[in-house]
Write a protein that binds this ligand. Sequence first.
Ligand code: KG4
Ligand code: ZN
Length: 354
Amino acid sequence: MRDFTVLGLETSCDETAAAVVRGCSPGPGTIVSNIVLSQLDEHAPYGGVVPEIAARAHVEALDGIVERAMAGIAWADLDAIAATAGPGLIGGVMVGLTTAKALALATAKPLIAVNHLEAHALTARLTDGAEFPFLLLLISGGHCQLLAVQGVGNFQLYGTTIDDAVGEAFDKTAKLIGLPYPGGPNVEAYATRGNPNRFALPRPMLGRDGANFSFSGLKTAVRQIVREGGYRELDAADLAASFQAAAIDSLVDRTRSAMRRFRAVFGDAKEFVVAGGVAANKAIGAALGELSEREGFAIKIPPPGLCTDNAAMVAWAGVERSQLGLFDGLDATPLARWPLHGAAAGGSQNAAAP
Ligand code: KG4
Ligand code: ZN
């Protein structure tokens, strides 16, 4: 199979990103360029992402980011132009997808409307050549899922959160204990200095059948400690460590259950991929690494900069879809919601649009 070269755009949340990736499945691929502009400073005063500010910042930054990603690369050498078409903040998704459509039209290249979650899911193929089928733990700001990944567009859901995503729990905990935005990395940094046994916090869903998650009870317990339990700012590191330990126990327990189900279905397959922004957390990675060893799985976690939102993962999803001829029309729809599993995931985005 020949190599494909794809330009990818990512604008679904608070990173404006463009990247060019070359390769063929199952990877690894080559990241030719990878430009990520974080909007951190714009959103920090509000303690979270403000959709209108994000969309405007994408409009202002995207052309320049694409120019930087394409520096030294001829448009004629591209096989396709890919952009995140959802799920995400709809204003931002529209900016990226519309820009990709304009570029595709101007350069007569095919368009690929990428599912952001599929881009996270396939990143371990870009970085490590992970082989199908693999078990996937997708942990980000909006999602917390365990899935069997059998191919591009072929996902079977084993478990999902029944309330909050784990990244959301990290972000809310950070706010409650007074750590600045973005919450996840700050909770991790404080946790390394804290005592994880200081505060007794619940481990939701522990030992239950299946592989569903729940994080809202944990968040509520943190809130109670902050509001009623004699918590002082000096305790921030201990509370961060106690929260992170509880989240880890829950992730490990649910993953163990999914590993056993995956093993029963797929026998010899033993790759376990962790993806999404929360996969950048070193303590979570270490705990899941120990679990994998115990359960006979080989763990693959992309480097932190490819776990959090980026466009190299979008370009790589474009490479894999190009190879399969899964292109989209210029009428591809931006989607705020777009689940990975089930009927809506299938082939090209046009088949999935409501
Ligand atoms: O994948 P991502 O960049 O954006 C989404 O698609 O949601 O994930 C962002 C989430 C945020 O909730 C952020 O706090 C969390 O990932 N995150 C972390 C870490 N780095 C990012 N959570 C825990 N520890 C980290 N080091
Ligand atoms: Zn993401």
